[in-house]
Design a protein around this ligand. Structure first.
Ligand SMILES: [Zn+2]
Length: 219
């Protein structure tokens, strides 16, 4: 192959890869992701062996938020510390907290929201992350399928997506999913969920799924 041809191929490859990188950054800057770490404050969510759902939700959410910002997406997070969103003298804290989360999701004009939770079940052998989507919302179902399939690949499980009547689904118009990142009631999974590396890995899988979803949507 002549030197001229080699240079031409190099030029074409450089141009194509450079162009696709630029487009990806441009695409990211256009997208806004709302992350909602469930519970907080006096509402710990499920608790097993002094392991609190609300604090693990927050850790995974913080790692996810970091990834989103590093990759040039725009991100919002409903809480960044151990508090709920109800006002100081709220009569029904849980109710006011959920109302505010729904209001913030609406006001953010996000492209997608992700509510992060942990599961528990009387049968302690049940484990694995599970993704819930909004009924009759095709985009929510599409995103949930991508996310569940990536989580299955990570955990080597074969969970399926579910729909549910969660408050944030009923009271927002945005596309979103709720992820139960694992079962605190399962001894092995509880240990994993307490581990920082595992929390980062779960956050990374969620981030990758966001990117997969937007790329699919753009085609
Ligand atoms: Zn929860």
């Amino acid at each position: 192959m002549s030197i001229k041809i080699i240079w031409f191929i190099f030029f074409v490859i450089s141009f194509v890869s450079c162009k696709s990188n630029d487009e990806l950054v441009f695409l990211n800057q256009e997208k806004l992701i709302f992350i909602d770490p469930g519970h907080g404050g006096k509402d710990h969510g499920c608790v097993f062996d002094n392991v609190y759902e609300d604090s693990i939700n927050l850790k995974i959410a913080s790692y996810l938020y970091e990834e989103i910002i590093i990759h040039h997406f725009m991100g919002y997070i409903s809480r960044s510390d151990n508090y709920d969103l109800a006002s100081l003298y709220a009569k029904n804290r849980k109710n006011e907290d959920l109302k505010k989360r729904a209001k913030f999701i609406e006001q953010s004009h996000c492209d997608v929201f992700i509510s992060l939770h942990l599961n528990s079940y009387p049968n302690a052998s049940i484990h694995g992350p599970m993704v819930y989507y909004k009924k009759e919302n095709e985009l929510s179902k599409k995103f949930a399928s991508i996310l569940q399939s990536n989580l299955n690949e990570f955990t080597k499980l074969d969970k399926i997506i579910h729909t549910s009547d969660f408050y944030l689904f009923r009271n927002t118009s945005k596309t979103g999913v709720l992820v139960e990142c694992g079962f605190l009631s399962n001894h092995e999974e509880r240990k994993k969920l307490m581990n920082e590396e595992y929390q980062k890995n779960i956050a990374h899988v969620i981030y990758q799924s966001i990117e997969n979803y937007f790329l699919l949507e753009a085609i």
